[in-house]
Each structure stands twice: as structure tokens, then as C-alpha cells.
Design a protein around this ligand. Structure first.
Ligand code: 5AD
Length: 455
């Protein structure tokens, strides 16, 4: 299926990888935006005759699409770069793309002089030109800077996920949270025109995708830059009407921009997935103020109540940072208490990590690493119990999944519900990938459900 979709998105002559062309290895770190950016980069490389390889030690061109949201993620890249030091002196070219590229810029050449291309996500439109220079033998090529117009055009995107198509609808972020590196790595907020978004959704549906996922760092801050001036909820509804589309997802929402019209749209239209990812970051208003999140604990809980009052059982997931500078025991207790009140279906929790070019980096009241670890473990333990209880409530019910994998060893299929729950299930069928199946849920764990296909 991947090949069919690929050839429908890349002009046929270009998709035929030239058997003697150079090979590339592309590895992605971080968020779904990065995953999707890598699809765009791979599309450009394929259209130039490069062939993909899964072995970094044999590739002519090695590219790391990097993440700098936390320090660990950023450091990982330098460890990977180290292994190419020798080969890069011979015939391998090494490229650093994405957020570490944007953040570190030319300093990467000092730290890893064998790197020859450094390119931030806002410059991917320039990749053909940058690759020309690299191929001509230039040793230090850069695509940096955030001063961009549209960066959404993706005619040659190589789609890696066979059943879910990512669509960037808004780039960058203007929120300026005091912990977050994104505004300095991905630049200011730019919304993509609804006409362009809907044209891409139509193209994807025509090529066989039934599920699309809209992406943005703050996806619900999307505003139609031109006529017809749709709201975000209207864009969701319009994309759900595209023939062939059976599921529309979106991530990540910012609580400040999340309005009742989004919940109403989900209630009205079954094609819109019953899942909202709404990062709270902290349950303490005092900490939220210092994070510059622009909402209080109470306002956030009102939004949760709005989501819970929907007719559909909308899954709610979140991100939380523990050990933000100045976070007291009382603040942390408020975060634990918020878990009980919000009853999340999933939580991504992180220890605060000081980041360059962010205000909180220089604040004096940093917490010891050990204390951050203690709080993280407590939080995960509390949340695990909540998830077990919430998933257990599914036993005896039926759920529709889009089947996206197979575990041969366990003789099980796997898929996701509209609410984004993972379901592992048994079925006598021999072909299910990419199809929708009704599953009777029989067991539940903290992170997934188990069931049997209803035939
Ligand atoms: N330290 C720890 N976690 C962070 N995140 C963003 N910046 C930091 C940081 N400096 C988390 C937030 C965000 C998620 C993608 O990563 O929870 O929602």
C-alpha cells in the first residue's frame, strides 16, 4: 500500500528510484511535526534520484531530523553524529535538520566538523538548492533563519504512515511559554489557507487514505488567512465532508484557544475523532502564570468540563511538566489533584529541562534532578491507576478500530479507536491492514485494550 500511495504522490518518473543513484538514511527524533517534515524531506530526496536505506553505515547521505524540546533529545543527536566521523572524511555526507539545526546553527560545524549540511525546518523549501550545493562538493551548507512565508507545499511528500496522512495546517508558535524552545526553533505562527488544506485532504483521500491528522504546535490557534475565513471548527467539518475521509484527527490544542465550537463539531460529526490532546503543563495557577500559559487551573477545568459534557465519550490526553523552577510541594499536589479531576485517558509527563533562549533557563529557583524524578514517578503512578480504571470501563463494550499493524508472534492485530486507544485483537481474517473492524473488548491494561473481532 505504501508504494501505491507513494507513486500517486510523487510523479511516476521520479518515484522510480534510480538504481545507481546515491543512498540516504534519514532518522527522525521528536514530535509528529518532525515525522511529517521527514516525509517532506524524503520526498525531495526521492525526486532527485536518491534511494532510501535503513543502514546508516552504508548511506551516502545521512540525515538526522532533530528535536530540541528537552536537553536529552538534543544531546542524543551528537552521540549519533559521532559514529560518522571517519566515514564523513571519506565519502559520506552528514546533515543535521530540524530544531537542533535551527537552535545551534553554525556551531554544529565546530562541534562536529564532519557535518556538511545544517538546515532548520523553516528552510526545507530551499532543500533542492542546498542539495545542489552539497552535491557540487561544498563542505558547509546552511539553511537557517525563520523569516518565511508558506512552507506547507508538499507535492513530493513521501508518506511513511500507510494509513494515516499528516497534514500541517499551522506552523510555528507565538505563545512564548517561558519553558519552551519552539518559538525560537520553528518561528512565528503561520496558518495555511483552508483552500490549500482542503485540496490536500482531497488529494490524500483520492490516493486511498481514510484518516487524516491535522498538525500544528497550537493547532486550534489556526485562523484562515484568506477567504472564506473558516474557523478551526469549520475547517474540521469541511474536511470531514471530503468523500473517502472516515477519520479526522488534530493535535496539539492549546487550552487558551480551545472553544465550545470544537466540541460541538465533534458531537455533530462522527468523522471527527473523539479525542482531544490538551496540554495542561501544571495544575497550579501560580506555576501556570510563571509558565505564561495564559489560563488558570479553574479555566482549564472548565474546558475539561465542556469536553466531558459532550454526547460522545471524547478521550482527553495531556502533557505535564514536573519540577518547573519554583514548583513547591503544594503546587505539585495541585497537579496530582488535577489528574484526579480531569481523569485523563493518557498523560505525557516530563521533568523540566532548561532550554536555551527561554526565560525560565536563568531563574534561580531550579529544582534538584532527584526531586524532579521523585515527582515524575509519583505522577506516573497516580495516572496509571486512573488509566487502568478508565480502560477497564471498556470491557464488554464494542469499539471500531482502524487496523494498522500485526504482531505475528502473538497472532494479534492492532488498531486504534476513534478515541486513539490502542486495541490488540484476535481475528481469523488474513487481510485486515488499513481496514476498519468492530472489536469486542475483553481485557484492559493501563495503555491498551484487548479484544476479539466481531464478525
Ligand atoms: N522541559 C520539559 N518539558 C518540556 N516540554 C516543552 N518544553 C519543555 C521543557 N523545557 C514538554 C511540554 C510540551 C511537550 C511537547 O514537551 O509538556 O507540551
Amino acid at each position: 500500500m505504501v508504494d501505491v500511495l507513494l507513486s500517486s504522490l510523487v510523479p511516476a518518473a521520479q518515484a522510480e528510484a534510480c538504481p545507481s543513484g546515491p543512498t540516504f538514511y534519514l532518522e527522525t527524533f521528536g514530535c509528529q511535526m518532525n515525522v511529517h517534515d521527514s516525509e517532506k524531506v524524503a520526498g525531495v530526496l526521492l525526486s532527485r534520484g536518491y534511494r532510501p536505506t535503513s543502514d546508516p553505515d552504508r548511506a551516502d547521505l545521512v540525515l538526522y531530523n532533530t528535536c530540541s524540546i528537552r536537553e536529552k533529545a538534543a544531546q542524543k543527536v551528537f552521540a549519533h553524529l559521532g559514529r560518522h566521523k571517519k566515514a564523513a572524511g571519506e565519502n559520506r555526507r552528514v546533515a543535521v535538520l530540524g530544531c537542533v539545526a535551527e537552535q545551534e546553527g553554525e556551531r554544529i560545524f565546530e562541534r562536529a566538523p564532519w557535518v556538511s549540511l545544517v538546515c532548520g525546518s523553516a528552510s526545507y523549501r530551499r532543500l533542492p538548492e542546498l542539495l545542489d550545493r552539497l552535491e557540487a562538493g561544498e563542505r558547509r551548507v546552511t539553511g537557517l533563519g525563520l523569516d518565511v512565508d508558506e512552507t506547507f507545499e508538499t507535492e513530493v511528500t513521501r508518506r511513511d504512515h500507510p494509513f494515516r496522512a499528516y497534514v500541517t495546517i499551522i506552523e510555528g508558535c507565538d505563545k512564548r511559554c517561558t519553558f519552551c524552545v519552539v518559538p525560537s526553533t520553528r518561528g512565528p505562527e503561520r496558518s495555511r489557507a483552508s483552500s490549500s488544506v482542503l485540496a490536500e485532504v482531497r488529494r490524500l483521500a483520492d490516493s486511498g487514505y481514510t484518516e487524516v491528522q491535522f498538525l500544528g504546535q497550537t493547532v486550534d490557534s489556526w485562523r484562515d488567512p484568506g477567504p472564506p475565513g473558516l474557523s478551526f471548527a469549520q475547517l474540521l467539518l469541511a474536511s470531514a465532508e471530503v468523500p473517502g475521509v472516515r477519520r479526522v484527527r488534530f493535535t496539539t490544542s492549546h487550552p487558551r484557544d480551545f472553544g465550545p465550537d470544537i466540541v460541538q463539531a465533534i458531537d455533530r460529526c462522527p468523522t471527527l475523532c473523539e479525542h482531544v490532546h490538551l496540554p495542561v503543563q501544571s495544575g497550579s495557577t501560580r506555576v501556570l502564570e510563571r509558565m505564561r500559559r495564559n489560563y488558570t487551573r479553574e479555566q482549564y477545568l472548565e474546558t475539561v468540563a465542556l469536553i466531558r459534557s459532550a454526547r460522545r465519550a471524547i478521550s482527553l490526553t495531556t502533557d505535564i511538566i514536573v519540577g518547573f523552577p519554583g514548583e513547591t510541594e503544594e503546587d505539585f499536589a495541585l497537579t496530582l489533584d488535577l489528574l484526579d479531576r480531569a481523569q485523563y485517558d493518557g498523560v505525557f509527563a516530563f521533568k523540566y529541562s532548561p532550554r536555551p533562549n527561554t526565560p525560565a533557563l536563568a531563574w534561580p529557583d531550579q529544582l534538584p534532578e532527584q526531586e524532579k524524578s521523585r515527582r515524575l514517578a509519583l505522577l506516573l503512578e497516580r495516572q496509571r491507576e486512573i488509566q487502568v480504571a478508565r480502560n477497564t470501563a471498556w470491557i464488554g463494550r464494542a469499539a471500531e478500530v482502524l487496523v494498522d499493524g500485526r504482531h505475528e508472534a502473538r497472532n494479534q492485530w492492532t488498531g486504534r479507536t476513534s478515541g486513539n486507544r490502542v486495541v490488540n485483537f484476535s481475528s481469523p481474517a488474513s487481510h485486515l491492514l488499513g481496514q476498519y473492524a468492530q472489536i469486542a473488548i475483553t481485557q484492559a491494561g493501563p495503555n491498551s485494550l484487548v479484544g476479539e473481532q466481531i464478525l
